[in-house]
Design a protein around this ligand. Structure first.
Ligand SMILES: Nc1ncnc2c1ncn2[C@@H]1O[C@H](COP(=O)(O)OP(=O)(O)O)[C@@H](O)[C@H]1O
Ligand SMILES: [Mg+2]
Length: 226
């Protein structure tokens, strides 16, 4: 479960300081599928970085699975990310000259899981993410955008994260392919009870979630079911 309470984030630059988030509060329960929506510059990525334990708030608290994440050190944040969070980004961040399977097994290498076991886990994740078995040994630069994003989703799944955070995951895809990727998230939510937070500036994307938190100028403007 996620509890965000009065979270603010102020960036200080040479030009002065800027309040990117202002006293943001909400709760997300396990198994929820929530979209965070807002126009460009509204603070979505800032919020995603905090939710993903990539950054900490300037003030306020963020509790993830019972642990206050808002005051942790860099090393502790890295542990939280590894154990609890799967990321899917707009740009896919796959290794282009490695196979789909290898891209997905990679996060498991660092956990010292034996090769055979790694491939078993990756195979399950790739199937969950909807990639056909025939593509598992294709290099990722031989796959289509939609297939690549499925590999990225599978990679986000292998550590069994309690939370999947997707920042504009369809931003580089055509409408039809984006639709398929969104259906993949829906399926993971429904069938595997994954908690999913989908960050987007598009209503057509956000409406695939069960709830939309709308932010503007760093504040929550509305928070309601779809
Ligand atoms: N590292 C940073 N330093 C200074 N200002 C930043 C930084 N990151 C984001 N901002 C500013 O904070 C605001 C929100 O940015 P962001 O969270 O990226 O919004 P969104 O993802 O909704 O487009 C923008 O005005 C942006 O210029
Ligand atoms: Mg952004």
């Amino acid at each position: 479960m996620i509890e965000v309470k009065n979270v603010s984030k102020t960036y200080v630059t040479g030009a002065g300081s800027f309040d990117a988030l202002k006293e943001v509060s909400f709760t997300i329960l396990d198994g929820d599928f929530v979209a965070i929506m807002g126009p460009s510059g509204s603070g979505k990525s800032t919020l995603m970085h905090i939710l993903g334990a990539l950054d900490t708030p300037t003030s306020g608290t963020y509790v993830l699975n019972g642990k206050d994440v808002s005051t942790l050190s860099e090393d502790e944040l890295a542990d939280i990310r590894r154990e609890h969070i799967g990321f899917v980004f707009q740009s896919f961040n796959l290794l282009p000259r490695a196979s789909a399977l290898r891209n997905v097994t990679l996060p498991l290498v660092y956990k010292r899981i034996p090769k055979e076991e790694r491939e078993k886990i990756a195979t399950i994740a790739l199937r969950s993410a909807g990639l056909d078995d025939q593509y598992f040994h294709h290099l990722s630069n031989q796959l289509s955008g939609g297939q690549i994003q499925r590999v990225a989703i599978a990679r986000a799944l292998v550590n069994q994260p309690s939370l999947i955070l997707a920042d504009e995951p369809t931003g580089n895809l055509d409408t039809h392919t984006g639709q398929i990727v969104l259906e993949t998230f829906r399926k993971l939510n429904r069938e595997e009870k994954r908690t999913i937070i989908l960050i987007t500036h598009e209503h057509d994307v956000a409406k695939h979630a069960d709830r939309i938190i709308f932010i503007r100028d760093g504040k929550i403007e509305s928070d309601k079911p779809v």
